[in-house]
Design a protein around this ligand. Structure first.
Ligand code: ADP
Ligand code: MG
Length: 394
């Protein structure tokens, strides 16, 4: 992927801001997209997940306003969107602007004095690739608001967690996407060369060293570019099924079941489909714990094995994979990957694989050839390293 450097995007987004709004921005803030290493569809079940922040980021050139107005433009969208802060709702401003407006709405509902912004964004995170461009957008804006209104929420883990919670509310309540909390926490809390172990029940986080380069391996990300209809509906349906199963089992969330309680829980559930959904969630949470142990022991073979098990569980029990993800992961494995799995919500999006650095190009080429043979849209593959969280660039 031809990737613009951080300095290039910071300079160009500042230029666009000056052209759009007539003066230079006060500053530029950016926030990363993410890939989740393991722990998929667990966040809304109070479970564990293990994301890393990507080098791909969304940049926001921003100045504060004190008149209750938000104006915004994006290099990835046409036109300038304007909305009065008091008018922000699930209907207004609508479209991409709702991700930005939602952040200001949620910060204000939290009692924080945020009185208006001019914003121009530009991004190197591909849209809709399962790499969380939406959270990157929200978190870049939240970081800017924190600094410009002296909220001082970037200086501590607690402050960053509070910003992440506001960004989740923006996405759920204003943008209308019923996502869990992983993406925003990853974007605000991940460190360089580390994965973030996120406990979505307690909110606790821990940095787990993740530096494949040191062992001669890389993480290969393949954006399948598959477009499947009904993705949002399927996500909501899985979430509803888990919440209903938790109610039937008399627990707050499926996290409470635990590996030791799984057989008993499965015996108490009525339908085969619900049993498979619950089995995925419970075993996937356990795989996160095992993956952390393996990473800390430097056992990449075991991490790869867990990737493969995770993919099988998402494909067969949770039923959120698709042909493109299955072909990408199978091809990576047959070309030497230690393990491969879909990452993100599924039905398209991206696959991740742990491959020898020297093999990365060959694996990417093999996946591209397999896609061509199947008649799929050409995929886009790139390697990533675990990168830093939302912050001020300039
Ligand atoms: P993902 O988060 O996996 O990339 P989503 O569907 O959750 O996919 O979010 C993508 C949406 O977020 C886009 O359709 C757009 O509305 C908004 N968005 C993300 N990045 C930008 C950007 N740089 N400029 C404008 N809108 C953006
Ligand atoms: Mg998203």
């Amino acid at each position: 992927m031809s990737e613009r450097t951080r300095d290039e995007v910071v300079a160009s987004v500042s230029d666009v801001f000056a052209r759009t709004f007539g003066s230079a921005p006060t500053g530029v803030w950016s926030a990363p997209g993410r890939v989740n290493l393991i722990g998929e569809h667990t966040d809304y079940n109070g479970g564990l997940c293990l994301p890393i922040a990507l080098p791909q980021r969304t940049y926001a050139a921003v100045s504060r306003r004190d008149d209750g107005v938000l104006r915004m433009a994006s290099a990835q969208q046409d036109g300038v969107v304007e909305v009065a802060l008091d008018d922000i709702s699930p209907k207004q401003p609508g479209g991409w602007g709702s991700y930005v407006a939602g952040v200001l709405w949620a910060l204000r509902r939290d009692g924080l004095p945020v009185d208006g912004l001019d914003v121009v964004v530009d991004s190197t995170v591909p849209f809709g690739a399962g790499l969380s461009s939406s959270a990157a957008l929200e978190c870049a804006v939240a970081a800017a608001a924190s600094d410009l209104f002296d909220l001082d929420l970037l200086a501590s883990t607690e402050g960053r967690a509070r910003l992440a919670a506001r960004c989740v509310e923006a996405e759920n309540e204003i943008a209308g996407a019923p996502t869990g909390g992983m993406d925003q926490s990853a974007s605000l809390l991940c460190d360089d060369a580390a994965a973030l172990l996120l406990d979505c029940r307690s909110g606790e986080t821990r940095q787990v060293p993740f530096d494949l380069d040191a062992s001669g391996y890389v993480l290969l990300v393949t954006d399948t570019r598959a477009e499947h209809a009904l993705v949002d509906g399927q996500y909501a349906a899985r979430r509803d099924a888990c919440e209903a199963a938790a109610r039937d089992l008399g627990v707050e969330t499926l996290r409470e079941i635990g590996p030791a309680g799984l057989d008993d829980a499965l015996g108490r559930l009525g339908s085969d489909e619900v049993r498979r959904r619950v089995r995925h969630v419970v075993t996937e949470i356990e795989r996160v714990t095992l993956a952390v142990t393996a990473l800390e022991a430097g056992d990449l073979d075991e991490v790869g094995r867990l990737f493969d098990l995770s993919h099988a569980s998402l494909r067969d029990d949770y039923e959120v994979s698709c042909e493109e993800l299955d072909v990408a992961t199978a091809t990576a494995r047959s070309h030497g990957a230690l393990g491969a799995r879909m990452t993100g919500g599924g039905f398209g999006g991206s696959c991740i694989a742990i491959v020898r650095a020297a093999d990365a190009d060959a694996v990417a080429a093999a996946i591209a050839a397999a896609f061509e043979a199947e008649g799929f849209t050409p995929p886009v593959s790139f390697t990533v390293t675990a990168s830093g969280p939302a912050d001020r660039d300039r």
